[in-house]
Design a protein around this ligand. Structure first.
Ligand SMILES: Nc1nc2c(ncn2[C@@H]2O[C@H](COP(=O)(O)OP(=O)(O)OP(=O)(O)O)[C@@H](O)[C@H]2O)c(=O)[nH]1
Ligand SMILES: [Mg+2]
Length: 459
């Protein structure tokens, strides 16, 4: 794949299918002029200033294809930084296809995934953290995820990285200056050049800010990608009843017969703003029936994948040896749920002295459910910082941040060992470069391509 160089491109920016409206986006050299060649009011469109809307028809050999509103943007005041336009046409499959066909005859080629945002980046309309946040915003599944992406789109992360980078650059400059000076005045291995990092406290401040950003990753990933919560437990414990209750929908079959659920099912829910993929599974037992046994195998493999296992105990049956064994197998990811407290209250001394957390709930009355969300969130977010300041959200950002962090740590360790500055300075330089790569100031074309390819077409 190769992104073009301001050649005119077009793409459908809305999902294909039947809808009231669809938006087709165009951008590139003379984009608006080219569009006017296939428009019912060419002069009005050609002369339209930026940020205005023009009404008219898209024409193919003077035949009307669709009635549209064209939002006109002029370089550099557009998303891509080029002349561009959003064509609002009718959302029918044939209408969209017709308009795209006409655009091709007018000299537009189909845009590649992420090509509009790539151009925005190349034209310095946004840095890489903002570009990534565009996709994060498009895929946000919860309000909190949206809010975090909007923070990055507004430049929160970019500013933080820039701030850290300028501190790191100061440390590097201090070291290099000293190095130049010492080359003139002292022999390279004299005492003055060794064992002393000028601005050491600044380097420590850089490390502290990098540590804080690194700690935000788990939480940011949770808000973006969500977590997998698996309902597991013995047959008839009430897993499907809880699934329906948390989903606020009668989705799973509930019956008094043990072994009702066979194939697991899943749905997205939101717990205090966190997107959770909730799975209801087949009850765990030594099943005689071949199909049920396959279901139980799936429960086990799903439980292995889970970020948190909601292990449901049938209050009417009590805490069985099988229940205890399950807890012992998954000590850090399981939350116990003593279900049916409406009919069988949770015993006071249940698991007294053991580290297991077992909450009493009723899928029938909803009692104990708020406490359940209260227990799930801390388990998922343990050891990660609360998401209030800037945070990193992509694997790419994480890798580069860790690189910068490792380099600063190395520089400090070398200084501790009394190494000379010409040994320390390269590590500092590498840290500064890694930070520059996060925002895209320093960037290799192949890395950019890999990153933008993950975008959707039209974005
Ligand atoms: N009294 C009472 N009954 C419940 C409660 N939750 C579930 N039940 C009943 O328990 C039975 C089993 O419920 P399900 O939700 O199908 O249980 P399950 O764990 O999904 O069972 P399998 O799919 O067979 O593994 C049904 O008769 C439910 O009505 C509860 O909180 N209180
Ligand atoms: Mg079930």
């Amino acid at each position: 794949m190769n992104y073009g160089d301001a050649d005119p491109i077009a793409a459908l920016a809305t999902p294909p299918g039947e809808s009231a409206l669809a938006v087709i986006r165009i951008s590139g050299n003379a984009a608006v002029t080219r569009l006017s060649d296939v428009f019912s009011r060419p002069k009005a469109l050609r002369e339209a200033p930026g940020n205005t809307v023009i009404y008219g028809w898209i024409l193919e050999d003077r035949r009307k294809i669709d009635e549209t509103l064209i939002s006109v943007y002029r370089a550099p005041r557009s998303y891509t930084g080029e002349d561009s336009a959003d064509i609002s046409c009718h959302g029918g499959i044939a209408a969209v296809r017709g308009v795209l066909r006409v655009l091709r005859t007018a000299g537009f080629r189909d845009a590649l995934p992420g090509e509009f945002t790539f151009r925005a980046f190349m034209n310095r309309k946004l840095d890489l953290t903002k570009a990534e946040s565009v996709m994060e915003l498009v895929s946000a599944k919860s309000d909190k995820g949206r809010e975090r992406a909007v923070g990055r789109l507004s430049g929160q992360l970019e500013q933080e990285i820039q701030g850290i980078k300028s501190l790191a650059t100061e440390v590097l400059a201090g070291a290099e200056l000293f190095l130049d000076y010492s080359e003139d005045e002292f022999s390279a291995d004299s005492d003055e050049a060794a064992g002393h990092l000028p601005q050491r406290s600044l380097a420590e401040a850089v490390l502290a800010r990098l540590d804080a950003l690194a700690a935000s990753y788990t939480m940011e990933r949770l808000y973006q990608a969500g977590a997998l919560a698996v309902l597991a437990g013995r047959p008839n414990a009430g897993k499907s009843s809880l699934f329906n209750l948390l989903l606020k929908e009668d989705r799973a079959i509930v019956a008094d017969k043990p072994g009702t659920t066979r194939d697991w099912i899943e749905a997205w829910i939101s717990l205090e703003g966190l997107p959770i993929r909730l799975a209801d599974t087949a009850g765990l037992r030594d099943a005689e029936d071949e199909i049920e046994r396959l279901g139980v195998d799936r429960t086990r493999s799903l439980a292995e994948e889970a970020d948190v296992i909601l292990y449901v105990i049938d209050g009417l049956q009590g805490f069985t040896p099988e229940d205890r064994a399950f807890f012992q197998e998954h000590p850090d990811r399981v939350i116990g749920i003593w279900n049916k407290i409406d009919a069988a209250p949770r015993p006071e001394n249940l698991c007294a002295g053991s580290p297991y957390k077992i909450l009493g709930v009723s899928a029938k009355t909803g009692a104990g459910i708020p406490e359940l969300s209260g227990a799930v969130i801390p388990l998922l977010t343990k050891s990660s910082s609360s998401a209030s300041g800037p945070g990193i959200a992509s694997e790419r950002q994480k890798v580069l941040l860790e690189k910068a962090r490792g380099c600063i740590r190395e520089a400090l360790a070398l200084a501790d060992q009394g190494q000379p500055l010409d040994v320390i300075a390269p590590a500092l330089r590498e840290a500064v470069n890694a930070l520059g790569e996060i925002t895209g100031e320093v960037s290799a074309p192949d890395i950019l391509e890999v990153m933008f390819r993950k975008f959707c077409v039209g974005k």
